[in-house]
Design a protein around this ligand. Sequence first.
Ligand SMILES: [Zn+2]
Length: 305
Amino acid sequence: MVWQKTLARPVTFTGIGLHQGRPATMTIFPAAVDTGISFVREDLTPRCQVSALYDKVRDTSRATTLGDGSAVFSTVEHLLAALRGIGVDNALIQLEGPEVPIMDGSAAPFTELLLEAGLRPLAAPRAYIVVQRSFEYREGDQWMRVTPGQPRISYTIDFPHPLIRRQRYSVTLDTVSFRREIAPARTFGFLKEVEYLKSQGLALGGSLENALVLSDDGVLNPGGLRFPEEFVRHKILDAMGDLALLGMPLLGRVEVGRGSHDFHLKFIRQLMCRKGAWRLWVPPTYNREPRRSWSFTPAWEGAPA
Ligand SMILES: [Zn+2]
């Protein structure tokens, strides 16, 4: 049995938002048992709070964006991967604007500062979604699969670029492996694509400080790559951030081929509809009946059977 965790103290991050290119400030506060991860915009009137759950996803083009009414919370995936990667179950994330700061394009700055702040165990055990039967979803050349087993994620990508081509990476989902192998992998983009996005008023904050930028035959960042397969490691980071939108850890093996935020979310919705493929595991010493305050229950209670 594992106790739920929150932060030992609040932590503030400042940086810029990837898409608007404006300063972005975020403070993460400790939160109570069973409240899960949620985002709040205190700069809006009225203030708006949204749970980090897959049914709150508003947009999946280029990043994962949560929303409620007119309030948006953009580029949440690297932060959510960091929180899940180090085992934070409950936290309240306050944004001063629509975007989570992009930092260096990886989850390392989040991971390191959160670990420095320390985690605090709470007086209730953690619940899990346990994979009971294999489930696979395909669309074109994209595929994603879960199978029963120890938590592990494997990812394969294929890009017609001399630095990438076919890359595959597989990692056990524990804090040490996440911190060392996945958190430091940065987001990446192709120079032509970045130029186009900027001409459309998007990715205005994108630079060599917060993304790997690929030319036709190499990488423009003066420091080069952090790992030879940094690209596929970053895809694992993205998938972890999207899977965190289940609201609790997934106990099982995950495999993905040529995924995207959009595809990860499609898979999650399909999986949640396959009731026989997974079950909710709540520790026997704990109240079996999910409490109304559990922020994650509505997500699949509302899912079609
Ligand atoms: Zn990413």
